[in-house]
Ligand binder design. Structure first.
Ligand code: GLP
Length: 258
């Protein structure tokens, strides 16, 4: 049996406020512990957070030279150099602009021969270099409520593995592929267990299209039908939302800043 906790929920006026607040949390983590281990997300939502982190780095407010990063997930199969791969996303939005040493950057290899062997290798690395100090997550589109690529049906004790993509995920993420037919049908993702093993978790969400998933994640009984609901089994989770993503929440959740 898992103990259930009430996450902190912070509702901010605009998407930009979410970017700035989330970046501030990451910086505070690193400035408090220079050799922090982070789990990092991709997707449209965290782009503004990365932009802000790059800006703060250029202003000398943070040093990533001792930081280690693990990405949540990668499409499978996909060449690393594909413009829509998460490896390429991370270089474009973050790694090319900051000083995380390349030897400290870990993503699942989307072009490995065997997804299973690669997932096992990646999982072992997280366990060797962990525990993760801070995991930053987004939430999947529509009814998926995925975290990483843990689609519906994912178990609370799941670890890094191959995961076929939900049709709703494929539909939402097709916009990132010039030719939607090039979109892989699967992924390698950290499991729910890996995510819950982080010391602290931030989930960021913006816009009304995420409102249903956020409400379900915070209010339904934790279950594999709503993978993000499993976050309620962690004692230190903060949902950072803009007003759009929070629009279906009752007032008791508004601005519960610690
Ligand atoms: C993607 C990623 C997730 C991300 C989510 C939301 O597919 N695998 O880790 O949180 O879906 O994406 P977006 O921010 O583009 O809505």
């Amino acid at each position: 049996m898992y103990q259930e906790f009430t996450p902190e929920v912070l509702v901010l006026p605009t998407p930009k406020d979410v970017d700035r607040y989330a970046a501030g949390c990451v910086i505070a983590q690193i400035n408090g512990k220079h050799d922090s281990v982070l789990t990092l997300p991709t997707g449209a939502t965290p782009q503004g957070m990365y932009e802000r982190l790059v800006q703060l780095f250029k202003q000398g407010q943070v040093d990533f030279s001792r930081v280690t990063t693990f990405n949540l997930d990668e499409y499978f199969p996909i060449p690393e150099s594909h413009p829509a791969s998460y490896a390429e996303y991370m270089k474009t939005h973050f790694f090319r602009h900051v000083n995380v040493p390349s030897s400290n950057i870990y993503l699942p290899n989307g072009q490995a021969e065997s997804a299973h062997t690669e997932a096992t290798r990646f999982d072992r690395l997280i366990q060797q270099r962990g525990p993760v100090d801070l995991a930053v997550l987004g939430i999947g589109p529509g009814k998926t409520c995925h975290i990483g690529f843990n689609e519906r049906g994912s178990q609370v004790d799941s670890r890094t593995r191959y995961m076929p993509l939900d049709p709703q995920t494929r539909e939402a993420n097709a916009v990132f592929f010039k030719d939607p037919n090039e979109m892989p049908v699967g992924s390698i993702t950290q499991g729910i267990r890996n995510i819950l093993e982080a010391q602290r978790i931030l989930l960021i969400a913006k816009g009304e299209r995420k409102a249903w998933g956020i409400k379900r994640s915070l209010t339904c009984k934790p279950s594999s039908d709503v993978p993000a609901s499993f976050l309620r089994f962690h004692p230190d989770v903060c949902f950072i939302l803009d007003e759009g993503a929070a629009e279906l929440l009752r007032s008791k959740y508004i601005a519960l800043k610690k």
